[in-house]
Ligand binder design. Structure first.
Ligand code: GTP
Length: 398
């Protein structure tokens, strides 16, 4: 398996071990042993080479953290390099990617380094051939080799089952009905097991959560997730404490929802700055957005971005990544209301931003969290029609 980066992995797999050879006394060789690759929920499969995957029965779910890729996952070192680049300014014009461009861009940072293959091979990728959206869901991505046929009584198998027929067709026995007694012929009629098929896949991890907490680094998203749910994400006073999304369950008497704390967003994320695409793609599948802003940012003469500018940057990044990404039910969490000067900031935020509800919160002290939970429930439970969206034209930054 080749690991490229969190979110996208290119996988070459021959799904099963080689099948066993047929043996004397009419024994069919064993099927090759299954090779099982576990992936997190939300994995989308793009096919570069091989058969279209086929669905099989669901298995009983295993306790897998949906965010963890089992096995060794090598994070892309290019990401770490990018972490320092978050002060960059936005370009004046941005091209909207096609899906193909998006996937190859995700895969290659730059494309040539990640994909040693030619453009022609990239052209052959079939996108979104399968999706794993449920616990225990299984699909076959490559077929195992068929066991070799034993000698003597090939004909009995032909009469017996479909399986035997297909095996016989594939192995093209030359003299199935011939001299069963002839020992030499018996030996020559023993067939080798065949190799399993091979597929080259690109696995893309997209998350599925009811609510995505989006905000600049240090806005307090992880702290808020801990206050909303029993999740215990890492909290730090430095940016990018959260390197991959944390997920929490928010429970009500008659209802529950999943909330994802999505790693800190920065200007230029759509160009893969900071954690870039690695979190933007998680937002694609969240139903509701909760924009978390730091009310205290830039107060007391410290460097920082005003809450209204934070919101503008966030919406722009989402839209640059994918047009319409911000067009979903939203609310604003005005965090750190406990800080000096934050109340005045809140009033100004309410003057400058229209169209969505604003919930003042102190995540560390869990103040305002109950009201926020009610607000989130209304959006998640509703059908989304007519609910509030944060639009650029409704944010006044001047
Ligand atoms: N005063 C105050 N500080 C807070 C509040 N919420 C969070 N913080 C602090 O803000 C800092 C950042 O909090 P995090 O929860 O790690 O922020 P984050 O948005 O998850 O940060 P990233 O992981 O960089 O995305 C920590 O030092 C928190 O203790 C709050 O309501 N009031």
């Amino acid at each position: 398996m080749h690991s490229r980066c969190l979110g996208f992995q290119r996988v070459t797999t021959s799904c099963c071990g080689k099948a066993g050879h047929g043996t004397s006394k009419n024994r069919i060789g064993n099927r090759g042993e299954d090779k099982v690759l576990q992936v997190p929920i939300g994995t989308v499969i793009h096919l570069q080479e091989g058969e279209i995957p086929s669905q099989v029965e669901n298995e009983s779910p295993k306790d897998l953290d949906p965010w963890e890729l089992p096995g060794s996952l090598v994070e892309d070192p290019a990401l770490e390099e990018n972490l320092g680049a978050h002060q960059e300014t936005m370009p004046e014009s941005v091209e909207v990617d096609t899906e193909e461009a998006s996937v190859t861009r995700h895969l290659g940072i730059p494309v040539e380094d990640c994909f040693e293959d030619s453009d022609e091979e990239i052209d052959q990728i079939r996108y979104n051939v399968a999706e794993l959206t449920q616990q225990g869901q299984r699909i076959i991505i490559a077929r195992g080799g068929e066991g070799g046929l034993g000698n003597v009584c090939g004909t009995r198998y032909v009469r017996g089952s479909k399986f035997a027929k297909s095996v016989i067709r594939q192995t093209s026995l030359k003299s199935m009905e011939g001299d069963a007694e002839d020992e030499e012929d018996e030996r020559s009629s023993i067939k080798a097991g065949s190799l399993g098929s091979e597929s080259v896949l690109i696995l893309e991890l997209k998350s599925i959560a009811d609510v995505g907490l989006v905000g600049l680094p240090n806005a307090g998203k992880s702290t808020l997730l801990g206050a909303l749910s029993r999740a215990k994400p890492r909290v730090g006073h430095y940016a990018f404490t959260t390197l991959r999304p944390n997920l929490g369950n928010v429970n009500y008497d008659d209802f529950s929802m999943t909330v994802a704390d999505i790693p800190g967003l920065i200007k230029g994320a759509h160009q893969n700055r900071g954690l870039g695409h690695n979190f933007l793609r998680h937002i694609e599948r969240t139903k509701v957005l909760a924009y978390v802003v730091d009310l205290a940012s830039g107060l007391d003469g410290c460097r920082g971005v005003t809450p209204w500018q934070q919101l503008r940057d966030l919406v722009m990044e989402l839209e640059f990544h994918e047009e319409g990404l911000s067009d979903r039910s939203s609310l604003i969490v005005a965090n750190k209301i406990d800080e000096d000067g934050a109340e005045e900031r809140l009033k100004e935020l309410e003057r400058r931003v229209k169209g969505v509800r604003i919930f003042p919160v102190c995540a560390v002290l869990e103040e305002g969290v109950a009201e926020l939970k009610d607000g989130l429930k209304m959006l998640v439970d509703g059908d989304g029609e007519g609910s509030e969206r944060l639009k650029l034209e409704n944010i006044c930054v001047d």
